[in-house]
Design a protein around this ligand. Sequence first.
Ligand SMILES: Nc1ncnc2c1ncn2[C@@H]1O[C@H](COP(=O)(O)OP(=O)(O)OP(=O)(O)O)[C@@H](O)[C@H]1O
Length: 235
Amino acid sequence: MSKILLKLIGVNKFYHMGEVTVEALKDISLEINEHEITVILGPSGSGKSTLLNMIGGMDRPSAGSIFFYDRDLTRLDDQELTLYRRREIGFVFQFYNLIADLTALENVELAANLVKNPLSSRKVLEKVGLAARKNHFPSQLSGGEQQRVAIARALVKNPRLLLCDEPTGALDLATGQKILSLLKKINEELGTTIIIVTHNSAISTMAHNIIRMGSGKILEIIANPHPVPPERIAW
Ligand SMILES: Nc1ncnc2c1ncn2[C@@H]1O[C@H](COP(=O)(O)OP(=O)(O)OP(=O)(O)O)[C@@H](O)[C@H]1O
């Protein structure tokens, strides 16, 4: 039996915008096991990124609990939450968010410096297939290569949880497939638990678990006993 890495109980998130209150998350309860890939699937505005931000400790819920193993994130103070985010979580975003005047290697080393026992930046760049490009600046790399650097930057901290928000959203099909294959390889070889947020239902077929969201609620949680290899997914 796998251990539960993440457990959300009755999570709500409200945003107050003047007179208007937006209910971005409504009574979200879910569990995610170690070493699995989970896809959170839903249309624009369904609350996917808000949920990812709560899980990643970038924001706090209005109500409910989020357990990372036995630690309730909602009970951590700001400093403890920063350390949680720094040590346990790797983030990958749609638009890479690399620092333009640092090389690929320097971007990865910057993240490595945030933790006590990072992996080797060079080895991680090798793992994502970019050893030969380590001295290039982001502007000298393709979108897919930049996303590889972003993945290396997230991985170098050796996080227990990798959070990916629309990681293929800015890429063409072939490049997107390669990025998903890389995520799958990371899951298999390093055992990293991965959550991918997307509006693209084809991508969900690679996951062990699919959480379908709509209007801030979970509509369905589906276990997928036969994940499809990413190179066979098309959209
Ligand atoms: N910081 C914020 N302040 C106010 N409202 C917000 C904030 N962040 C999100 N929302 C609102 O919460 C709802 C859910 O947004 P969220 O970005 O989580 O959806 P999403 O499913 O990730 O959408 P997309 O796929 O377009 O990124 C939306 O109605 C959005 O406008």
